[in-house]
Design a protein around this ligand. Structure first.
Ligand SMILES: [Zn+2]
Ligand SMILES: [Zn+2]
Length: 332
């Protein structure tokens, strides 16, 4: 299951913390890290963020980085990954080095910063015990859209236009194999440890023992196993939505459960939105509609407007795509 929270308030810096809970393990991805967005997040959750993924490195998306880094700079309990568009490693190295590291020799952490290019990833390794002073480049590796392949989920990227690149992300939980319990009852089979073997593709025996009776494994699998689609979430911000972008975005977002999309400008400022490579609620809603999204969550609204205008923006989006909302934490 994928949960998410929109961090930060309307008109201020925002970010998204998403949690993938497989019931066996929990994985956390933070999308962007603007000023003060981590306030209110339990410190233990902050320290358990597996991946920090930047859309781009404008100030309003990275201003809160020090708060994140303070909690994890010497983390060795898990890998430290930061992702972003080209130049992320160069900019991040300045952030890493912006402190007095007089105890660096005692530190052990390693940081991997991944610059995501159109068709390959350039990873740079930084070591805390070197006070982050040396950038160690790793060999570039190709990608075909999927940048992270975890056993529980995948992360896909799309480069979007923001007078430069802003990366859009799609997190997709992998389908899970379950046993159809109703069918099992109908077949008069007693539940037991054999069910684990049934679900385990490594189990290659021809028969399974159920209450002392052998049953053909293949037949049981065909009759009882069902693949369940799991959750998905997309995060797109600071982007131009024109026809070229829509042609790429609609297939990328196809069937997404939750689309989180920025909505900086009121439609009356459409010209300004297009000029600055930002969106309006109507552009976001049309995209959600055309991609077959289940819900649209608008965020990153401009502070140039008053709360009543933000509410009006939400209404305008709902006229195109009904299931649109702001974060439930926003006082609107
Ligand atoms: Zn921006
Ligand atoms: Zn922004």
């Amino acid at each position: 299951m994928i949960h998410f929270s929109i961090l930060g308030q309307p008109g201020q810096d925002n970010a998204v913390l998403s949690t993938i809970n497989t019931s066996q393990s929990i994985h956390r991805i933070l999308f962007d890290c603007g000023e003060a967005v981590l306030e209110g997040i339990p410190y233990s959750d902050l320290q358990a963020i597996d991946h920090l993924m930047f859309s781009h490195l404008h100030m309003d998306h990275i201003a809160g980085f020090d708060s994140f880094f303070r909690g994890v700079f010497n983390r060795t309990s898990r890998e430290n990954h930061i992702w972003g568009p080209p130049e992320t490693a160069r900019i991040l190295q300045h952030r890493f080095q912006g402190f007095w590291w007089n105890h660096a020799a005692d530190l052990d952490a390693e940081w991997l910063v991944h610059d995501v290019h159109e068709d390959h990833i350039e990873t740079t390794r930084f070591l805390a015990h070197e006070a982050f002073s040396v950038a160690h480049p790793e060999p570039a590796r190709p990608h075909s859209g999927v940048i992270l392949e975890h056993e529980a989920y995948t992360v896909q990227v799309i480069p979007l236009s923001h007078h430069g690149i802003s990366l859009g992300y799609r997190v997709q939980e992998k389908p899970r194999t379950n046993i159809d319990m109703q069918k099992l009852n109908e077949m008069g089979l007693r539940p037991g440890p054999w069910m684990q073997h049934l679900k385990n593709p490594q189990y290659q025996e021809e028969t399974l023992d159920i209450a002392g009776e052998p049953h053909p494994t293949q037949d049981l699998r065909a009759a009882l196993l069902v693949e369940r689609e799991q959750g998905s979430l997309a995060y797109i911000t600071d982007l131009l939505i024109d026809e070229v972008a829509r042609t790429k975005l609609i297939p990328f977002l196809k069937g997404i459960e939750t689309l989180i999309c920025e909505s900086q400008f009121h439609p009356s400022d459409l010209e300004l939105a297009l000029k600055n490579h930002h969106t309006t609620p109507e552009l976001a809603a049309q995209l959600a509609q055309d991609a077959g999204a289940k819900e649209l969550v608008l965020f990153h609204v401009s502070q140039r407007y008053r709360p009543e205008t933000w509410r009006e923006m939400l209404e305008l989006a709902r006229q195109i795509f009904r299931n649109t909302r702001f974060s439930e934490h926003w006082p609107l």
